[in-house]
Every structure is written in C-alpha cells, then in structure tokens.
Write a protein that binds this ligand. Sequence first.
Ligand SMILES: [Zn+2]
Ligand SMILES: [Zn+2]
Ligand SMILES: [Zn+2]
Length: 378
Amino acid sequence: MTSLFIYTIAYFLFVSGLIYPPTEFVSAGLTIPALFSSWLGNEYDNFVQYHIKRTIVTLFIHSLLPFGYIVGLSLLDHIDSAQVFLGTEHPLWLTLSICALIGPIYALNLIVNWSKNGFSKHPIAKSLGIYCTDTGIWLDIAADVNREYKSFNKLQIRTNSTTKIVVTNTWIIKVSAYKLEIASQINSVLVTYNVNSYSTPSPSHFVHCVKYRIVTRQPLGKNFTIRININDVENLLEEITMPRRDSSSIQIPQTLTEIAIYAIKKEIAKNPTYKTNQQLDQCAVCMQAISNVKLNRNCPDIPEMDGIPACKTCNCPPIFCIDCLAKWFLSTSRRRAKTAAEVKSSCPQCRSPFCLKDVSYVSLGSQNTAQGTPTETQ
Ligand SMILES: [Zn+2]
Ligand SMILES: [Zn+2]
Ligand SMILES: [Zn+2]
C-alpha cells in the first residue's frame, strides 16, 4: 500500500511537471517540445508548422497520462493487467482503465481529422485561413508569419513555462500548450483589461501583471487575452503598432520601486496596529509626513540561521513614515530570500534586525494592540 502511495505521488509530480514544467524540468530537457525536438523541427525556421506539430504532440501525450498511470501500476505489479481485462481484479480497475483510454482515443480521432488536407483543418491553420485573400490559402499566411518570425524585428515575451507572446510587424501571437492564437495588428485593438497582483512567499517577489485583451475586427477572428508581467509592459507597448485603449479605471504602477513599495505596504497592513499616546513627530527622512510606523516585534522566534539574523525587539519611537520605511526596507533588506520571514532589514537607529511582520502602523489611543488596516496612510 505504501509503495502504491509513493508511486501515485511520484506520478502526480511527474504529470504536473510535464504539464506546467518548473525550471528544473526545463533545464533537464523534460518538456514535450524538448523531448520531441527532432520530430518538431526548428521553431525559428518554420514557426507555424512547428506549432501545429507541437500542439498535436502535446495534446496526444497529455491525453495518455491517465493511461500511463495504469500501465505503471501494472509494471510495478500493483495490478495484473491480464486479470483486469479478464474481470477477475476489482471491477474498479477495469472501469478506470477504460476511462483512461477514452482520452487518447478522442485525441487520436481529433488529430486524424486535423491532419486531413495537409493539416488545413488544424485550429492554427483555420485561424490563419481567415486572413486569406479570395485566391490564397492558409499556407500563404503561414509563410508570411514564418518570415516575420525569422526577422530581427520581433519581440518575444515568455509569460510562463508554457506560454509566450510574440509580436512581429504585422502579427501578435500567443503561444500556449494546446493553442496558437493570432491576430493581425492592422485590424485589432489592444485593450487594457485588468491589473492583477500575485503575492509570492517573499515580498520582494510580489508580482504585478497587466492583462490585455486583443480585440480583433477581422471577420471570424477571435479575441484573446494576454497577461504580461509589469517588467515587460514597456517593451510590449514599444513594439505594438495597433491602437491601444486603456480603461480609465485602471491604475498601473509605473516603476518597479512603486510596485515593491505597494507590496510592502500591503504586507504591513496585515499586522496589528501599535497604539500610543505619545505625540508623533515628523518623519526623520522626508520631514513631511508624520511618522506613522513603529518596529513592533510580532514575528515568531526564529533563531539566527545561515547568516540571517534573528529579529530583535526595537524600543525606538516611531521615526519613519510608511513610504520612507518601505524604501529603507527595500534598499537594505536581503534579496534572494526563500521565504518572507528571511527578508530582513535593521532599525536605522538601534540596528535591531526586523522583518515585515515586525512593522506596525501607529495610531493614537491608549488601547492595547488591535487588528486593523489604517486607511488614511494608504
Ligand atoms: Zn517619510
Ligand atoms: Zn530601533
Ligand atoms: Zn521578525
């Protein structure tokens, strides 16, 4: 039973690694494009044909994964495949085996249909076909896309291990595991759609993404959405020739520092408020805002480890405003930390190490600390 459990966990990890390859899988060449590179050919030379093949092989391999689990069980002698199909094993195994075969059979049927007429029925060929003139065929458009992809004037933005955005003179293309979505820049509009924030364990790894919708006016053309890391937005907007429409309700943080400060403030707002009766002075750095944050030991006791100091209690009065403290934290904290607790700075006055859990907003009052999110400081 234990070995069955270990096999199941290992197989699940392998499957998730194959579907969303982490950097370890990518560098070890354990991705579908890397494993089938000799059959796929070169993306640079034949961009469209490469992705037609890549989407086919991805679909087929992914559809085989549930059946692969059953085959593995049989190879490791957890089940006897002959007994399963003779019906002498538990009937659950036969049901599971049949269900696991539905995927590859369906995928194979789809692939056979796509491959008719030199792959002209493949979704990528169809999405190119709508740009044909009366006498042209999809291959003409494919040749144009291939030629532009080969040129130096293109931008490629990898948005995760399976998705990338390609911008050429004429085209904007989103490449993902099963699809290639394409629109001509000439008759499309780039609409700013949303701004999302994704918090990773370390506050210095707080990610901001801008979502754009490519809205095409091409008859039969399909709109699609792209999500771009804020760091790549400038590059994208430089390369785009299609008109842009920004939604007025969306405020995009402009610089990396602004994004990081925004993230730090958000973390601090989760901490308990520090109540005091003392008069609050002007911030020692900007001399404009009132000092509204206090180092107030709040994190669990984690001893010093691998050169990361343990947090210490600071008895200094509030001397910084939130913006100045966030900038201080940003410029003095250790980057490359694995977890938020490892990101530390030290009090500018007494040098006590602190983490973001140890920063509290200050509010006037004599009550004990209480949970709260001060709004006036945002
Ligand atoms: Zn200040
Ligand atoms: Zn201090
Ligand atoms: Zn701490």
